[in-house]
Structure formats: C-alpha cells, structure tokens
Design a binder for this molecule. Structure first.
Ligand SMILES: Cc1cc2nc3c(=O)[nH]c(=O)nc-3n(C[C@H](O)[C@H](O)[C@H](O)COP(=O)(O)OP(=O)(O)OC[C@H]3O[C@@H](n4cnc5c(N)ncnc54)[C@H](O)[C@@H]3O)c2cc1C
Length: 260
C-alpha cells in the first residue's frame, strides 16, 4: 500500500475540476484495505471513496484520505438454465465491463452501455438508462465496512434500491438504521443476467432505431451499438467537454397526472 501525497484529481473527475487529494491510496484488492486498517495513522482517518469521478462535483482540495478503487476482474461465476451470474471488480470501467459481457455471450446490460464511471459506483445510485436499471440485473455485492474493516455481502433487498437511490446514499441515523453513505467500500458486484435473453427495446429512441434500420429483432450487440450511437449524439464526450450527464431526476407522477 502506497500513500501518495498531493495528487491532482483533474484526470479523475468527469468535470475536469482542478483539485488535489492531500493523500490518495489506490485500492487494488482487499489487502490494501487491511493494510490501511493495520496502520494507526490511517485506521481511523476520514476517508472518501472515489470511483470514476463521474457523479461528483469537487469544490476544492479533498482533505479526507482518498481511496481510489482500482479492483479489477471480470468472470462468469455461475451459469444456470435461467441466468448467467457475472462478477466484476469494483474498479472495472462500467462501459468496458458491459462490452466484455455482451462480447462474451452474457447479454443483459447493453441498455446501460456508455454510462461513465466504475462498476463499484453503479449500485450507489442504481444507474439506469434506456429502459433498464441496475437493480433489474443485480445479484449481490461485496463491500468492506470502513469503520470496522468487516467484509459483508448485500443482496438487492439489502441495497434498498430506489430510483437513482440505494442504501449507499443514506447516512445512518440510529442503531437500527442501515444507511451506509461514506461508510462502505464496494469491492465486487455480481449481476444476474436472465436466460433466455430478451431485448428491452420499448424506449422511444430504440423504437426509432428499429424503424430507421428495419431491424425489429435486434441482438444484444445491436442494442449496445444503438445505445452508444444515441448517447454520443445526445451528450458531449466528457473527456473533451467536462460534464456530469443529466443533473435532474425524472419526477414521479400519479397515473392521473400522467394522463392529464
Ligand atoms: C456524461 C455522463 C452521462 C451519465 N449518464 C448516466 C445515465 O445514463 N444513468 C445514470 O444512472 N447515471 C449516469 N451518469 C452518472 C454516473 O456516470 C453514474 O452515477 C456512475 O455510476 C458513477 O460512478 P463513478 O464510479 O464515476 O462514481 P464516482 O463519481 O466516483 O462516485 C459517486 C459516488 O459513489 C461513491 N462510490 C464510487 N465508487 C464506490 C465504491 N466502489 N464503493 C462505495 N462507494 C463508491 C462515491 O464515494 C460517491 O459518493 C452519467 C454521468 C456522466 C458524466
């Protein structure tokens, strides 16, 4: 484990905001976290978990110890007649993980192609796009409690997924409360990809692609390619023009309001 000092964070946030981490540690596996806990200087120090930096706005230099999650690994862990279970390290880039799954015959996440950030960041706000949310394909995740060093596993119910929401966005407010904001570092995520695969193509932009191309039975690769093309046409590339995607959440309305 190496603690780096005065590290520029501009390359590590999609806005490209100029800021520095006073100290930063790259977390490549669980042993890096164990080493931090074993060091009295860092054991109880305030910490900030950084994934791909695509859903944060830095307002200045970061004083807590930055834990930059770089845990790698992509593998099929189980195959049943009903699903493929694929595990990804939290530091894998989300889009590259989705691309790997589609290319290797484990489809199901193609509607979420080209979302920036890491696999570990994806459950935090239950990412969603083009008719699919993470929770629709989620099996479980592994994490480390940064206060106790304890490793734990959560299923979907325990993650308390909601619309762009999860237990990782809520602060624990009492002994019976399970808020994990700022407290957990997600190390690995497992996805349940249903078999047989069925296209989710009801989103208006995807229906337009079907009409344009005359392809009404798209493959997972077709949907992956269409979603990438649609997203590239809609949003500037954050590597060229810094941004954080959409800032708004869609409002929730009653069926009556919707019909109105
Ligand atoms: C151009 C653009 C388009 C986008 N489009 C979409 C979209 O279509 N749908 C959508 O839902 N979102 C979208 N986003 C938002 C963003 O990409 C996602 O929220 C993404 O999952 C954030 O992941 P990250 O690794 O970048 O997290 P970061 O920005 O690094 O961190 C975000 C939060 O998650 C925490 N966190 C990150 N990694 C971990 C971990 N391993 N363990 C514990 N906590 C962690 C951080 O502490 C922080 O609180 C978009 C963003 C951009 C810039």
């Amino acid at each position: 484990m190496i603690v780096e000092n005065n590290v520029p964070l501009q390359p590590y946030n999609s806005f490209g905001i100029v800021a520095r981490a006073q100290q930063l540690v790259r977390i490549s596996d669980e042993s890096d976290l164990a080493a931090l806990r074993a060091d009295p200087q860092w054991r109880d120090a305030p910490k900030f978990v950084l994934g791909g930096g695509s859903n944060i706005v830095l307002t200045g230099d970061v004083k807590p110890l930055v834990l930059k999650v770089e845990i790698k690994g992509l593998r099929l862990v189980e195959e049943t007649p009903r699903a493929w279970i694929v595990e990804a390290g939290a530091g894998e880039l989300w889009h590259e993980a989705v691309e790997w799954m589609v290319r290797n015959g484990y489809p199901g996440l193609e509607n979420l192609a080209l979302i920036p950030g890491t696999v570990g960041g994806s459950p935090v706000q239950n990412i969603g796009a083009y008719g699919v949310e993470l929770q629709d394909r989620f099996e479980s995740l592994d994490a480390i409690d940064l206060e106790t060093g304890r490793a734990f596993t959560l299923d979907a119910a325990q993650c308390a997924f909601g619309y762009r929401d999860s237990v990782f966005k809520h602060v624990r407010s009492g002994p019976n409360d399970f808020g994990l904001a700022g407290r957990a570092l997600i190390t690995r995520v497992r996805f349940r990809l249903p078999r047989p695969w069925k296209a989710v193509a009801g989103y208006l932009d995807l229906e337009r692609k079907m009409a344009e191309t005359g392809n009404f039975t798209p493959s997972a690769q077709d949907i992956f390619d269409w979603v990438c093309a649609i997203r590239r046409a809609k949003l500037p590339d954050w590597r060229v023009l810094g941004n954080a995607g959409s800032f708004f959440k869609n409002p929730t309305v009653t069926p009556e309001q919707c019909a109105d």
